[in-house]
Design a protein around this ligand. Structure first.
Ligand code: ADP
Ligand code: MG
Length: 478
């Protein structure tokens, strides 16, 4: 008699392995842990509800057959799901569900500790709503070419992509709410976020989908404060069915905006509306975020995008060429894919510069040309320098916290560090004065301009200060 869960599961795995792709096996079955075997019921532990839903949707027949084969016709399977959306992150708890009984997984309800209507008044008319119309007309700001179809799948993005797809099929009704996609720059967060929105809009034309960058969101909020219509701002966002907010790391240090986003988030989440967020770091590494907001970011699924491997890079290039109707020798495509391996944006940049070079000089695209171009390209592309990165360097240099630089304080040394951050942001990024101000303690463009002048003056008159500036500049360019 078999009474050992591990042994039974190992036998199941052998069968499963033979029946599906190795990659699927690795993704969906390798992380499963057998827990126990009791009365012909095998309990397996899966890492998240997403896993459970995916297994049920795609592998239920295979699982059933396998279990019956191993345990006989009475054999059954139970899942134990590690729930990650409890407020208390230190104690994830698991719930058990028998196979194919989706109703049993009632979402663990979490009490909102605050009154979401606080500070909003119900009698103020909302100018974002056209009277007499129930639905608001919202420009979704989606880019159609950023579709799932043009988003090449690879090991690097499988989880995020399939979770995104599931969300688009079933917005607000999966456990990936919010769905948070994170990665380094240029790996496809914005593309994937749009793809989810575009797909959801196709599936559900009546739903209101909105894509915003966090910068837009912050700017709109600041405007609403200025115009004294914050309630309308909040109401507007609370009416969205599928809200996509790109680059939420920019909320860092912006307490007021975080506060208002927190209320919007709660309202949408409670009403089973879908939130899709992107960020350049996993939630745990986001700095300058209010804990209560951070804990909500962790409720759903956080999935990352990795650097694509060679095959995926080739596929991405081929898709681009195909879509644009351009032919390029395969050896050239492979050469580019092989040599540009930092991120997809640079990969596309390299492709475009080779195409441009060839058409400008009326040369055909040969391996030789590609070699010359790539050589230049790889050498000349430097890492993108962000405002955040500059702030980090400056605050580290003066041993200050990032929050201090972004705070309102007028302490001399902090003001000076803040001015330096603004000065370097102007020097090393393409950001506008207004954007720089926004990121450096919510100042306006005039303050940034003043900061740049002050630094320039000091560099000329103060020797010690000039040394600071030179040293920091070196660190930024390192
Ligand atoms: P991020 O927002 O992470 O900085 P983007 O979404 O802007 O990255 O992606 C950079 C470029 O790379 C875009 O042109 C995008 O279309 C392309 N790209 C990224 N990932 C993929 C992919 N898997 N398939 C096709 N194109 C991709
Ligand atoms: Mg982006």
């Amino acid at each position: 008699m078999k009474n050992n869960a591990v042994e039974v599961w190992e036998n199941c795995l052998k069968i499963i392995k033979d029946n599906i792709h190795y990659q699927s096996y690795k993704t969906w079955f390798a992380p499963i842990k057998p827990l126990k075997l009791e009365n012909d019921v095998l309990t397996i532990q899966v890492p998240s509800q997403f896993f459970y839903e995916w297994l049920e949707e795609h592998y239920i027949n295979l699982l059933k057959k396998t279990i019956k084969k191993e345990l006989g016709s009475e054999g059954r399977l139970e899942y134990s799901i590690i729930m990650d959306n409890s407020i208390d992150q230190a104690n994830p708890y698991s719930i058990k569900v028998p196979t194919s009984n989706k109703k049993a997984i009632a979402n663990p309800s979490v009490q909102m500790p605050i009154d979401i209507n606080r500070g909003t008044s119900k009698d103020i008319p909302n100018p974002f709503v056209i009277p007499g119309l129930k639905k608001i007309k919202v420009n979704s700001q989606l880019v159609d070419s950023y579709s799932f179809d043009s988003f090449i799948e690879g090991d690097c993005n499988r989880l995020a992509r399939s979770a995104g797809f599931a969300v688009a099929e079933n917005p607000g009704r999966t456990s990936f709410n919010p769905l948070l996609v994170y990665s380094d720059v240029g790996l496809g967060k914005t593309h994937l976020a749009h793809a989810i929105g575009v797909q959801a809009k196709n599936n559900f034309p009546d739903k209101t989908v909105l894509y915003v960058t966090t910068e837009q969101f912050i700017a709109q909020y600041i405007d609403s404060v200025r115009n004294n219509n914050q309630n309308d701002f909040v109401h507007f966002y609370q009416m969205i069915d599928i809200l996509i907010v790109d680059d939420i790391q920019f909320l860092s240090g912006k307490e007021k905006t975080q506060d208002v986003f927190f209320h919007i988030f709660n309202h949408l989440h409670q009403n089973s509306k879908q939130l899709i967020l992107t960020s350049d770091k996993p939630p745990v590494e986001l700095k300058g975020m209010e804990p209560r907001l951070l804990s909500r970011f962790k409720w759903g699924l956080a999935a990352d995008l990795q650097q694509p491997d060679l095959e995926t890079r080739i596929a991405i290039l081929q898709k681009r060429l195909y879509n644009d109707g351009i032919e390029m020798p395969q050896e050239v495509v492979e050469y580019i894919a092989y040599n540009v391996n930092t991120n997809v944006r640079e990969l596309e940049g390299a492709l475009i510069s080779i195409l441009a070079q060839a058409s400008l000089n009326r040369k055909s695209i040969t391996l030789d040309l590609a070699k010359k171009m790539i050589d230049k390209f790889v050498k000349s592309t430097t890492r993108e320098i962000s405002i955040d990165y500059i702030q980090k360097i400056v605050s580290d240099y003066f041993n200050l916290s990032l929050d201090a630089i972004n705070s309102k304080t007028r302490k001399r040394e902090i003001v000076q560090a803040r001015q330096l951050a603004m000065y370097f942001a102007k020097k090393h990024t393409k950001a506008s004065l207004a954007t720089i101000g926004l990121h450096c303690g919510n100042k306006d463009h005039a303050t940034v301009l003043h900061a740049c002048r002050t630094v320039n003056n000091l560099v000329e008159t103060d020797k010690q200060f000039r040394i600071f500036v030179e040293e920091i500049d070196k660190k930024i360019k390192m």
